[in-house]
Design a protein around this ligand. Structure first.
Ligand code: SAM
Length: 283
C-alpha cells in the first residue's frame, strides 16, 4: 500500500514563494515534508519553520530534517505567531499551507480517515487531543449530524444518512460508518462516502475554526510583500481564503488569484484533482 505523499503543484508553489531571498519561510502544514524539502533546497539561505499538528508526522519530519535549514514544530498553524516570536523572529516573508490530510494519514487504516480501509473510527490529527469520530457521533443528535454532513460535506442526503447513523447505534469502525452510508444511498456510494468522511474529519479536528483563526491573524506575522500560497481541497475552505485575500485590508489576491494542477499532474497524482492553489500577497 502507498504510504508516501506526493507534493501537489510543486513547481508552481516553489516558483511563487522563492522570488526573493526570504529570511523566514513558514510551511504551516508540513505533512510528509514534500513541499518542505523543496523549499529547503530552493532557499538554502532561508530559515524554514515547518508546523504539523499530527505528532507521529512531526516525529518523522524531525528525523528527516535534522541538520538542515528546517526546524519542525508539533503545533497547529494557529500557533505560528507565538512560535516564531519565541524563536526571535517577528515576521515571515513567505508562507505555504497545504490544507486537509496527507496520503500517509489517509492510507494508514489505524487512523480511521478512509472509507476504503478498515480501522477504528478515529480521524483525529492528534490522537492525544479531543474525541475520536466514533464518540463524536455518539454524542451528537440526529439533527446535529445532519447539519454537520450538509455543512462540511455539502452532501444533499444528509438527513437520511444522519437518521440511519443514529438508528444503527454505536459505530466503532470505518466499515460501520461506510456500511450505514451504503445502506441508504442509491446508486454509486463513492461520492457520498467521501463527503460524509470529509465532513466528520473537518468537524472532529475543528478545521474551519483553525483556518478562520489563521486568516484573521495572518497579517500580524507576515511582512509587507509576503507571498502566501494555500492549497485547498473543498469549496468551503477555498471560499474562506478567496474572500479573505479579496476583502481584507491587509492582503490582496495575486494575479492570477489561483491556479489548478496541470492535466499531467492530475493523471500522475489523482489526489491533486480536487486541489486549487490560492495565491495572496501581504500589503
Ligand atoms: C495535505 S497534508 C500536507 C502535505 C505536505 N505539503 C507534503 O508535501 O508532504 C496536510 C497536513 O497538515 C496537517 N494539518 C492539518 N491541520 C493542521 C493545522 N491546523 N496545523 C498544522 N498542521 C495541520 C495534517 O496533519 C497533514 O499532515
Amino acid at each position: 500500500m502507498e504510504r508516501g505523499h506526493l507534493p501537489i503543484m510543486p513547481q508552481e508553489i516553489i516558483e511563487y514563494l522563492s522570488v526573493s531571498s526570504p529570511e523566514l519561510v513558514v510551511d504551516g502544514t508540513a505533512g510528509g515534508g514534500g513541499h518542505t524539502s523543496l523549499l529547503s533546497e530552493a532557499l538554502p539561505g532561508s530559515q524554514i519553520m515547518a508546523f504539523e499538528r499530527d505528532p507521529s508526522a512531526t516525529e518523522q519530519l524531525s528525523l528527516k530534517f535534522t541538520g538542515t535549514n528546517v526546524s519542525v514544530f508539533n503545533s497547529s498553524y494557529t500557533e505560528i505567531p507565538s512560535v516564531i516570536a519565541k524563536k526571535g523572529y517577528q515576521q515571515a516573508s513567505a508562507a505555504l499551507f497545504d490544507l486537509g490530510l496527507s496520503s500517509i494519514q489517509l492510507d494508514s487504516p489505524e487512523r480511521g480517515f478512509s472509507h476504503r480501509t478498515t480501522g477504528p473510527l478515529d480521524m483525529r490529527f492528534d490522537r492525544s487531543q479531543g474525541r475520536p469520530a466514533s464518540e463524536v457521533l455518539r454524542m451528537m443528535t440526529e439533527k446535529q449530524i445532519a447539519d454537520m454532513i450538509y455543512r462540511y460535506g455539502e452532501e444533499g442526503r444528509s438527513r437520511v444518512i444522519a437518521r440511519a447513523i443514529k438508528q444503527k447505534g454505536q459505530l466503532n469502525t470505518t466499515d460501520d460508518l461506510a456500511d450505514v452510508v451504503r445502506s441508504v444511498v442509491k446508486g454509486n456510494p463513492v461520492k457520498p462516502l467521501a463527503r460524509v468522511f470529509q465532513a466528520l474529519r473537518i468537524f472532529v479536528n475543528d478545521e474551519l475554526d483553525h483556518l478562520e483563526k489563521l486568516l484573521s491573524e495572518m497579517h500580524m506575522w507576515t511582512v509587507s510583500g509576503c507571498r502566501i500560497a494555500i492549497l485547498t481541497f473543498h469549496s468551503l475552505e477555498d471560499r474562506m481564503i478567496k474572500l479573505h485575500f479579496r476583502d481584507s485590508e491587509y492582503f490582496q489576491q495575486f494575479d492570477p488569484p489561483w491556479q489548478l494542477p496541470s492535466q499531467t499532474e492530475k493523471k500522475e497524482n489523482p489526489r491533486s484533482r480536487s486541489s486549487r492553489l490560492r495565491l495572496g500577497v501581504r500589503l
